[in-house]
Design a protein around this ligand. Structure first.
Ligand code: GLU
Ligand code: MG
Length: 357
């Protein structure tokens, strides 16, 4: 690992990169990071860098919630170790690279509050049962000019929803998104002006669950940097105003056994695929608590906004929190999946997927 880290650091330094963001997401879905100079990457890959164990009890206002026995202490250290296989230069911030961090205990043993580690464990348990999951996020966000008081007072695009005209004033930003996502190794499925106020949506393709959560974090960083470069701010908040549609970060998943997509088919899922969907429906209240955990999340889950306000599933039903997408004759079996609509950006992407698995 150190060899790979040294080689990567050398290449990045030669390309003008000065430092690396070691990123993770806290339990509120808020990305956190430590920048390390590029010369320190190999050392960090072995020993990690220190962060307080209190991040396990940070709240969404950057305050610490002390009502947790064992965690409510300023003493203690967690080591944040970069995942070198996922290291990449940030196209929109060319002096910086980015890698997701793994949190381990000070002695190198697993740290139970590492969200990425929790998801890795779930993926491993699924594999022991012969199951392989694929996952992909859909990201909705609102745009406003930098320095403006908010989206409602100064929306960054005028609509109409789904119209190419809506995005004309954001042409440079859209171009940067397309360029920077590709350069950062992220594929965009599609991008459009959504129906919420100044809203944009882009989707990420399905991949293994841990990569899907890593990609979601990197996508956030990429979007913020592109917005800043074009005089904009973006909000991923579940609600940016009470009158408009919220921002959902819908989670598409499918599950395979021996390479066969268990959700495949052009009707309704059967057998183990049906059992997967039934399990999601049975546990929907708990899944909603983990995937839509903030106060604005609960405001977002209103009828009529395609956010999943009722507990049911449906075939291509956009009002359902569980939308089954069949593998039609045109799309093929590989495409079949179930979309969890409750999910939003105030969830930790790793924990959200771990709960679904
Ligand atoms: N904006 C809606 C939400 O809050 C979702 C709209 C859609 O893409 O179906 O989740
Ligand atoms: Mg949408």
């Amino acid at each position: 690992m150190t060899k790979a880290a040294s080689a990567a650091a050398k290449d990045l330094a030669a390309a003008g990169v000065g430092g690396v963001h070691l990123a993770w997401a806290d339990n509120n879905g808020i990305p956190r990071s430590r920048i390390i100079p590029i010369a320190g990457l190999a050392n960090a890959a072995t020993r990690g860098v220190g962060v307080t164990s209190l991040f396990a009890v940070f709240d969404s206002h950057d305050a610490i919630t002390f009502a947790h026995t064992g965690l409510a202490t300023p003493s203690g250290d967690v080591r944040l170790v970069p995942v070198i296989e996922r290291l990449r230069r940030l196209a929109g911030q060319p002096a910086l690279a980015w890698a997701p961090g793994r949190q381990v205990a000070a002695d190198g043993s697993p740290w139970p509050y590492c969200q990425r580690g929790v998801l890795e464990r779930q993926v491993g348990l699924a594999a022991e049962r012969g199951l392989e999951f694929k996952a992909g996020y859909e990201l909705e966000f609102a745009v406003a000019p930098a320095g403006s008081p908010g989206i409602v007072g100064s929306p960054g695009h005028p609509g109409p929803a789904y119209s190419p005209h809506a995005l004309v004033p954001l042409d440079g930003f859209v171009a940067a998104l397309l360029h920077d996502f590709a350069a950062n190794g992220l594929e965009i499925g599609q991008l459009h002006a959504e129906y919420g106020l100044a809203q944009i949506e882009l989707s990420l393709p399905a991949t293994d669950p841990v990569s899907a959560a890593d990609d979601q974090l990197l996508a956030r960083q990429t979007i913020h940097a592109a917005a800043h470069a074009h005089g904009l701010i973006v909000s991923f908040a579940p609600m940016v105003g009470l009158e408009t549609a919220g921002n959902g970060w819908h989670l598409h998943t499918s599950v395979r056994r021996k390479g066969r997509n268990l959700l495949a088919g052009d009707g309704v899922p059967e057998g183990e695929g049906a059992a997967y969907l039934a399990g999601l429906l049975r546990d929907l209240p708990a899944l909603t608590a983990v995937t839509a955990p903030s106060v604005p999340s609960t405001l977002r889950l209103r009828p009529g906004f395609f956010a999943g306000a009722y507990a049911f599933w449906g075939v291509e039903n956009r009002e359902a929190p569980l939308r089954y997408v069949p593998g039609t004759a045109l799309l093929g079996d590989a495409h079949a999946n179930v979309e969890l609509k409750t999910s939003d950006a105030s969830a930790n992407p790793y924990l959200a997927l771990a709960a679904v698995l």
